[in-house]
Ligand binder design. Sequence first.
Ligand code: GLV
Ligand code: MN
Ligand code: MN
Length: 433
Amino acid sequence: MNLRRQEDQRYLLSESVVINKQRLLSDLNAISRIGLGDHGSVTRLVFSIKELRSRQLLIHLMTQAGLKVHVDRIGNIFGRLNGANPKAAAVLAGSHLDSVRQGGKFDGPVGVIGALEAVRTLKDNRVPLPCPVEVVCFVGEESSRFGFSTLGSSLLAGQVRMEDLANAVDAHGTKLEDVLASMGVYRDNLPSLRRDPNSVKAYLELHIEQGPVLEAKKKKIGIVTAIAAPTRLRVIFTGQADHSGTTPMEMRKDALVAAAQLITYIEELCSKYSAMEKGRVVGTVGAMKIEPGVINAIPGKAELSVDIRSISGEAKARVARLVQSRAREIAATRNITVEILPIRSEEPVALDESLLPLIKEICEGKRVPYEIMPSGAGHDAMQMAKITRAGMIFVPSKKGISHSPLEWTDPEEICLGAQILLETMVRVAYEQS
Ligand code: GLV
Ligand code: MN
Ligand code: MN
């Protein structure tokens, strides 16, 4: 890095290159109107028409901004601004636009539109950059439809084998592997979706906290140390559907009551683990399918989704083992069967240690109160961390609520997060490799 560039960088970091708040907030609003439902909820499930429309709008915004747009075979979008050396490894920043069912407006889009605004600002101000910067929108970060999270970033990072997709099925029975096949993605060409790690200098993700810590501690920014990873299972109890009026209680094989016992067990077990200082584990049954699902028949089949998460891989594995053995025990006692289908089990991820002090320094320079913290929620950064240095910047969530229409972050805090993202991108771009 020569002196002039160093000067440029200082000049940039001190003042004058500031994001356009109004443009950022208005684009964020435009995205959130796609899939808007009751009570201000947003539903853009992966590969739905709404989610596709949100990606189309992003392509439009990137094109309008003069970025070079590339869309890969499964729909990951990249908007690139070249620097002095177009062949140098790029600094990537982004997140996702898909949502949970009836979620909020900010989970994902804040990171995508925040990165877009950062890059547009760099371009508008003709900020000299030594290497390219890229805005990225990953497809299918949320697991709400198929139980499979961070799909796009996992494929990009070469973290998916076809057998990992085998048990990923949506509520209508559509298989994720069939959806991928319809886009021309098969076992043989999975590796072609990978990104060459040498083409990426670092990955940065701005995201809402989705938890209560920043608000409670009156901090404006969270700097993330590590991301908790999920272990996910589909558990299917099969008993016997029968007449609800004629079958005596002691002769029933009720699959739903077995499921209820397992749900209660997961709550009790994880409540114990959740209270632990180290090795904290949380567990959730968030979806269930009952057959035949009518008032006058004993449930013959109950299928549950189990989501176990922790920053400690060891503690998570222990809880997952206990849940599975309890499921088998319940089935044996009730003389019914149980099938346990692993969806995906991932290791918790530590984020890059050199990016953290850099973001910290930027916050301190701006006198912005920050918190250094882990993330309980999953993010694309956990896949990107497998191929490059990855860092995350959190902005506060009101009352810590997320995956809900009540999800809210103060617009000023979103803008501050985007500004800090911009400054981090420039600092990383100028770092010597
Ligand atoms: C992503 O939002 C997750 O489920 O953690
Ligand atoms: Mn989410
Ligand atoms: Mn998210």
